[in-house]
Design a protein around this ligand. Structure first.
Ligand code: GDP
Ligand code: CA
Length: 312
């Protein structure tokens, strides 16, 4: 079975890890948001790609939710002593990823580097950026237009979001791997992971040709709700939905994806809302991924659910 998963960082990586565990090597392509990518201390940082790489290779720090297990912070402490910028935390081991990526970007694409990092970390599935062209997310807020990491890390999502902007998206192309996966005749399933719909999935949907490709999909598309019981499991998804005047529930998320999806997966905690979801077929199951078994279980549920949709 050939599966394309669209993912952001932590929430996306959890389901991607489950899919990677249940699918035979090579059957999964994870296309990862690059709207959060930025340059910092002269280095190119790709936070969501790194979260997916570290999670699928088992190197991630599970408790913290980002970065590497067993990380040390000597670089950060030394930088602070010199009066350098410390609002964005970079661990000692993590630095190797950013330095090596930055060096290789002089002669290689982000796609090539990401695929090679994945292989070297022992990942047997394909991980690619959604685009090789920088198209950073900007957050329009009550405190002005903010670069994504200023909003997310420096201001810790405190400003009220008015809308998301992608000023460079018109010139960005889908990565070759994403374009190929979407048009592959043997694609069986598209999964929109339970990532933040606005910060992680909207930048992907905004790439030229992406909505058209999904609208004309031949394989079914299934999304998993990142909202459980009126709350985000982590991060500002619920806060942003409130600020945008949306219904903070899986119903709001389903409406946001609209006709781009055939199936929508919601948590047992929200079973009462299933009838309120118009459009997609829904599946009610456990979507809270607290451990590896939960991740595999949800991945299996999504794959089984996909069989309900006849190929178009
Ligand atoms: P980020 O880029 O690291 O912020 O990560 P994502 O955008 O991929 O994921 C953030 C979203 O994942 C949040 O909206 C969370 O509610 C959601 N999320 C995190 N863990 C889980 C989980 O175990 N189950 C579900 N359904 N959603 C989750
Ligand atoms: Ca992210």
């Amino acid at each position: 079975m050939s599966v394309l998963a669209l993912a952001g960082g932590v929430g996306g990586a959890k389901l991607a890890e489950g899919l990677a565990a249940i699918l035979p090597p090579g059957e999964l392509t994870v296309a990862v948001n690059t709207g959060d990518d930025f340059e910092h201390l002269g280095l190119r940082i790709s936070p969501d790609i790194d979260t997916v790489l570290y999670t699928l290779s088992g190197l991630n720090n599970q408790a913290q939710g980002w970065g590497l297990e067993g990380e040390t912070w000597n670089f950060m402490a030394a930088l602070e002593r010199l009066g350098g910028e410390t609002w964005f935390r970079l661990g000692d081991r993590d630095m190797a990823t950013h330095i090596e990526r930055t060096r290789r970007l002089k002669s290689e694409t982000l796609s090539e580097i990401t695929a090679d990092f994945a292989r070297r970390l022992g990942i047997t599935h394909t991980i690619i950026p959604v685009s090789d062209d920088p198209a950073p997310t900007m957050v329009a807020t009550d405190e002005g237009l903010l670069a994504f990491q200023d909003y997310f890390v420096r201001l810790q999502c405190r400003p009220r979001v008015e809308r998301l902007e992608f000023p460079r998206i018109a010139d960005a192309r889908m990565s070759p791997g994403l374009a190929a996966a979407l048009s592959a005749p043997d694609l069986d399933l598209i999964v929109i992971c339970p990532s933040n719909p606005f910060l992680s999935i909207l930048p992907i949907l905004s790439l030229p040709g992406m909505r058209e490709a999904l609208t004309n999909r031949r394989a079914p598309a299934i999304a998993v709700s990142p909202i459980i019981g009126g709350k985000a499991v982590k991060g500002p998804a619920a806060k942003i939905m409130t600020e945008l005047g949306m219904d903070v529930s899986p119903v709001g998320v389903a409406e946001f994806y609209g006709a781009l999806i055939d199936g929508f997966v919601i948590d047992d905690a929200d079973s009462g809302l299933a009838d309120a979801i118009e459009g997609p077929k829904f599946l009610v199951t456990n979507t809270l991924m607290l451990n590896a078994e939960d991740r595999r279980g949800l991945a299996r549920d999504v794959v089984t659910f996909a069989r309900e949709f006849a190929l178009k």
